[in-house]
Design a protein around this ligand. Structure first.
Ligand code: FES
Length: 106
């Protein structure tokens, strides 16, 4: 089953990505949009470059952050929002279909 993910890139352009269930947001974005300096640690929850802002009304659908993700978000030298998440820590599943995320500034 494929899941739809709407991604707003750093230029403000929105792209709908249809991708296999179980793919992380980071992998979906790298696979289809390959933005510069995004997802650099390959999804190992080390770099924080996969930072996205989840649309406010979609945020509550997601499973809560685990310790590792919280720790990395805290170390980021960027502005976090209430809706900040690491794309590599969110696996897409059908309950998440049609959520929208914005890639955080580089
Ligand atoms: S890809 Fe590095 S923390 Fe997500």
């Amino acid at each position: 089953m494929s899941i739809r993910l709407n991604v707003i890139d750093r230029q403000g352009k929105e792209t709908a990505i249809d991708i296999e269930e179980g793919t992380t947001i980071r992998d979906a974005i790298v696979d289809r949009l390959s933005p510069d300096n995004y997802g650099l640690c390959l999804g190992n929850c080390l770099c924080g470059t996969c930072h996205v802002h989840v649309a406010s009304n979609d945020f509550e659908k997601l499973e809560a952050k685990e310790e590792d993700e919280i720790d990395i978000l805290k170390t980021l030298d960027v502005k976090l929002s209430t809706y900040s998440r690491l794309g590599c820590q969110i696996k897409l599943k059908k309950e998440y279909s049609n959520i929208t995320v914005t890639i955080a500034p580089d």
